[in-house]
Design a protein around this ligand. Structure first.
Ligand SMILES: NC(=O)c1ccc[n+]([C@@H]2O[C@H](COP(=O)([O-])OP(=O)(O)OC[C@H]3O[C@@H](n4cnc5c(N)ncnc54)[C@H](OP(=O)(O)O)[C@@H]3O)[C@@H](O)[C@H]2O)c1
Length: 257
């Protein structure tokens, strides 16, 4: 039985707790023996409160400790752990494994998905990027990862950093573009909902096509008259800058402008 402890009570911690509790029900060989939360009651709805501690000194002995706290607090929290030579992982996409305290064996357990408390996810579908200092620890991490996800894979710190930057482009930037699209719709009194099937279809195409193959639109076709008409229509400076930059980037196929 692999004993796991989750440290944290935020978005990722709560989804991990739920995933581990679901795995326990299937007798998968994993046991979530304890959780650390500064505010114990914040987890009352998802785990029996007697399993939650707010004292680092009360942490039990486990095979894996997963620190799922804000990026800026990972180092400080790892410094609070009073034991030595145990396996301790963080869940961040952007923080190196090396920030973890040298007292323990370091690892990363990074779920590449956008999590929000209360919004259900199927953990099995989430890619888990795993890194450890040695093969034995990686084996433990991988075993745990594969119990809750069908997509656990080895990713080193440099690759993880690249993935995190790529995820900002693919996820955060495209969502920001939805916001701009929404603003344009609102300003022109057309419902944003009309665009939703198009947004979903574009996302779906990526499952079977390269992004380059999937690209359509006036910039891709080099439809200069349409591009000029769009630029004349846009009356917001920020939107115009973004429109021009992305149009050029598409025309140059993502290469130097
Ligand atoms: N959210 C995502 O989509 C996502 C996806 C993949 C990876 N991650 C990574 O997962 C980690 C957690 O992210 P999150 O979104 O779950 O964050 P979050 O919802 O903002 O929660 C942060 C957690 O950190 C705790 N915390 C902050 N400072 C602390 C300290 N000094 N001591 C003890 N606990 C402290 C908070 O406790 P209190 O509630 O007591 O303040 C809270 O439980 C981060 O490293 C993040 O990069 C996030």
């Amino acid at each position: 039985m692999i004993k796991v402890i989750v440290i944290g009570s935020g978005n990722v911690a709560q989804h991990l707790i739920t995933a581990f509790q679901n795995a326990e029900k299937t007798e998968s060989g994993i046991s979530l023996i304890q959780v650390f939360a500064r505010k114990r009651e914040s987890l009352a709805a998802i785990i029996p409160i007697q399993k939650v501690t707010n004292e680092f000194s009360e942490l039990l002995e486990a095979d894996l400790y997963i620190i799922a706290v804000s990026d800026d607090a990972i180092e400080a929290v790892s410094n609070e752990l009073l034991f030595k030579n145990r396996l301790v992982a963080h869940t961040s996409g952007s923080i190196p494994m090396t920030v973890l305290n040298d007292n323990n064996r370091k690892a990363v357990f990074y779920p590449l998905q956008s999590f929000t408390k209360g919004a259900a996810v199927d953990f099995k579908t989430i890619p888990l990027c795993l890194e450890a200092e040695n093969s034995i620890d990686f084996h433990t991490l991988n075993k745990v990862g594969k119990i809750i996800s069908d997509h656990a894979t080895a990713i080193n710190s440099q690759q993880r950093k690249a993935l995190h930057v790529a995820a900002v482009f693919a996820n955060n930037f495209s969502n920001h573009l939805y916001q701009i699209a929404n603003d344009i719709c609102v300003a022109n009194k057309v419902p944003f909902a009309v665009l939703k099937p198009l947004i979903l279809e574009t996302a779906k195409k990526i499952a079977t096509l390269d992004p380059e193959q999937a690209q359509t639109g006036p910039a891709k076709r080099n439809d200069q008259l349409t591009i000029e008409a769009h630029e004349a229509f846009i009356n917001d400076d920020n939107q115009l800058k973004i429109y021009k930059l992305l149009t050029q980037s598409i025309q140059h196929n993502g290469k130097k402008l």
